[in-house]
Design a protein around this ligand. Structure first.
Ligand code: COA
Length: 312
């Protein structure tokens, strides 16, 4: 299958970082390689002289373990050609996707799609998926940056440090502060499970996954954290890797006292010594986080709907 003429309909894996790209050609090349090497657990394809559709899906073992339900991810939906044929193919494939999910023990399927891809949205709603959330991605390009660090006076007892060698037990209470995500708003997902997913995600990041962790302490106690991940794969189609900032959190007693801004400033300084692009995401309704990212010089780069489907 040749991808050049395809209109990518959706997703965050298909064209990662496409908001940084002047054109999508390089990202399409990477996607083509993924399709050719059948990188997903399962992929479906229909092609005729009128239309082509490609769909792929994967199991999510870690999420399944955390949430106690079989989790799957719709990686990729691509389509081009005549609208009625495209739609028929999508409908056909979608019922096969559900059949495959059931065989694999998946009873919770999720995906994200760019919010301007209305046709894909409708196709997935026809499949039984529903919108649970809208996420915003913010991007900072070192070369375009007009931002300068606003000096803030922190409480004298507060220290911000770059630290990859701390007791992870010190941060396990921070995971519970994430409660605006797509898992917490889905009434089919147990909130206790969703809390523990975030706690474990944060602990894994601190133990080994993150390339850098920024910590805020007051008299030794951890009161805030930011984790930084360098995405090397992005350098296959951008000139440098991209740094993803994640797990941005300050404990509620310390909100609105400049800790979030100060930790992000440290994270950005660290990241910009190695990469040109930094990105960070949050839910559209997370006013505090969105205001903070805007104030730090990030520009809105992308918005995506999160869709979920559950079946017994
Ligand atoms: C988002 C969060 C990290 C902000 O941390 P914070 O230490 O309270 O933020 P700061 O005091 O440094 O505020 C910096 C800027 O953010 C914005 N901001 C912070 N809290 C805000 C709020 N409740 N409402 C609106 N804007 C807010 C303001 O623009 C502020 O700038 P200003 O001081 O010039 O007005 C904190 O609210 C938090 O931990 N939330 C829960 C976890 C979370 O949702 N994290 C984001 C996940 S991606």
């Amino acid at each position: 299958m040749q991808l050049e003429c395809w209109q990518p309909l959706m997703n965050n894996i298909t064209l990662p970082h496409s908001h940084f790209l002047p054109n999508r050609f390089q990202a399409l090349r990477v996607l083509q390689e993924k399709i050719d090497s059948e990188q997903w657990d399962k992929q479906w394809e229909r092609t005729s002289d009128k239309a082509s559709v490609f769909v792929s899906a994967s199991k999510l073992p870690w999420d399944s373990e955390q949430l106690g339900i079989g989790c799957g991810w719709l990686d990729c939906v691509l389509a081009h050609g005549s609208f009625p044929e495209r739609k028929n193919y999508l409908t056909e494939i979608c019922s096969e996707v559900i059949g495959w999910c059931k065989e694999q023990g998946i009873n919770f399927l999720a995906t994200k799609i760019d919010s301007d891809q209305i046709m894909a949205l409708h196709a997935l709603e026809d499949l039984g998926m529903r919108i649970v959330d809208c996420e915003l991605t913010w991007a900072l390009d070192k070369r375009m940056q007009t931002w300068g660090v606003k000096k803030i006076k922190l409480d004298d007892r507060v220290e911000i440090e770059l630290n990859n060698n701390f007791e992870v037990g010190e941060v396990d209470q921070l995971g519970e502060a994430f409660n605006t995500d797509r898992f917490h708003v889905d009434d089919k997902i147990d909130n206790v499970r969703a809390n523990s997913l975030w706690t474990n995600s944060l602990l894994n990041a601190c133990r080994e996954r993150a390339d850098q962790v920024v910590i805020a302490r007051c008299e030794g106690k951890v009161i805030g954290i930011v984790t930084c991940f360098i995405d090397i794969e992005a350098s296959r189609y951008l000139e440098t890797p991209v740094c993803d900032l994640a797990h941005v959190v300050v404990i509620p007693e310390w909100h609105s006292r400049g800790i979030g801004r100060s930790m992000l400033g440290h994270a950005i300084n660290w990241a910009q010594r190695q990469v040109r692009f930094i990105q960070i995401g949050t839910q559209v309704r997370n006013y505090a986080a969105n205001a903070l990212y805007g104030k730090m010089g990030f520009r809105l780069a992308k918005s995506q709907y999160s869709l979920h489907a559950h079946w017994d």
